[in-house]
Design a protein around this ligand. Structure first.
Ligand SMILES: NC(=O)c1ccc[n+]([C@@H]2O[C@H](COP(=O)([O-])OP(=O)(O)OC[C@H]3O[C@@H](n4cnc5c(N)ncnc54)[C@H](OP(=O)(O)O)[C@@H]3O)[C@@H](O)[C@H]2O)c1
Length: 330
């Protein structure tokens, strides 16, 4: 697989990364360690070198799931993790922290769970508006000075926050949701990233599964799946409407002899080499399906037809339930 620069960090990453979140939590049952290792090794063997996790995924378990893999492959992969989203003792989401003292503690805990000396890309998962961005990015910059972090990223911030952060320390990448169904970053935010040479890491590039056609009704979701309560796009009514929308891509996929997932990922890749999608899956066959998107070429006519089939803002329902939605664009 081709590699692309991660902003101006000097790091080179595969044009498709791997989102590890689902291995631990949120989308049904967690994977056992053996299965997780198989999947991570397969991703690596198929050319993926960019792996995404966060301390909040599985309350630290997702980082631990990666530690054996990192031991085997440390020199050959770029590992990204995140801090800021708090959980209480029962695992319930418990607000945000960007407090410098907290950031230092969270970084040490992530290093320990991952079993590495340095995090390649350390993201602020969400901005906590009560802490000046200068203070939080200042603390992240000290982690770079201390050799604990190589490059800094932000997630779901506003263009103004990005500009302010860049004055304190170079920002290598911003991670936000981006897919054919979620295009609100296109108007201002992605141009702002381009102006500063910041990579845009596209999370939930398959619309949390919606864009694959694999989830068609409530029974397609596993036990304890977060989406139906946490993402209004998956409420019964919205799901029915959104599936009809995604079905419109079927004809294009058939013509290209591609899966819907490949069309969704190839659409992002065609937007530019600074857009780096990080799809996630717990299944080996789906991993291979997704990675083949790197060789699914879409021309300008294909892109126009896809965007005509799913117009901007056509998706039904907000991305998150109100409390989480209010932390976006911060
Ligand atoms: N910064 C943030 O706030 C944030 C938020 C969310 C996610 N993320 C990151 O982004 C990564 C990816 O996003 P995501 O996991 O939310 O969503 P996604 O990659 O858009 O979709 C994942 C879902 O699609 C299914 N799927 C994947 N490939 C498939 C295929 N080829 N055919 C059919 N179904 C397929 C998966 O099910 P199976 O596992 O059963 O295959 C899973 O339910 C996460 O792992 C995480 O690292 C970051």
């Amino acid at each position: 697989m081709r590699t692309v620069p991660l902003g101006k960090s000097g790091l080179q990453v595969s044009q498709l990364g791997f989102g590890c979140m689902g291995l631990a939590e949120f989308y049904g049952e967690a994977l056992g360690q053996e299965e997780a290792d198989k999947l991570l090794d397969a991703a690596f063997e198929h050319g993926v070198n960019f792996f995404d996790t966060a301390d909040v995924y599985g309350c630290g378990r997702n980082e631990e799931q990666l530690s054996g893999f990192l031991k085997r492959r440390r020199r050959d992969v770029v590992i990204a993790t995140k801090f800021a989203i708090l959980r209480d003792d029962n695992g319930a989401l418990a607000g945000l922290s960007n407090d410098p003292k907290y950031i230092r503690k969270a970084c040490d805990a992530s290093l320990k769970r991952l079993g590495v000396d340095e995090i390649d890309l350390y993201y602020m998962h969400r901005r906590d508006r009560s802490v000046p961005i200068e203070d939080s990015v200042g603390a992240m910059s000290e982690l770079v000075d201390a050799g604990k972090v190589r490059a800094i990223g932000l997630s779901e911030v506003s263009a103004d926050t990005l500009q302010a952060a860049m004055k304190i320390h170079p920002i290598a990448a911003v991670q936000s949701e981006y897919s054919i169904l979620t295009r609100e970053m296109e108007a201002e935010f992605i141009p702002a990233c381009r102006e500063h040479g910041v990579a845009f890491v596209a999370y939930s590039p398959l619309g949390r599964g919606l864009l694959t056609g694999a989830f068609r009704n409530a029974s397609d979701f596993g036990k304890d799946d977060y989406r139906m309560a946490g993402n209004p796009r998956f409420s019964e009514e919205a799901l029915a409407a959104n599936i009809k929308l995604v079905d419109r891509l079927g004809a294009i996929a058939k013509e290209k002899d591609a899966s819907l997932a490949q069309i969704a990922l190839a659409w992002l890749l065609a937007k530019g080499e600074d857009i780096i999608p990080i799809p996630g899956t717990k299944k080996l066959n789906r991993l291979k399906d997704n990675l083949a998107a790197a060789s699914t070429d879409l021309n300008a006519d294909d892109m126009a037809r896809i965007e005509e089939a799913i117009p901007e803002d056509a998706v039904e329902g907000e991305r998150y339930a109100p409390a989480a939605q209010s932390t976006l664009n911060a």
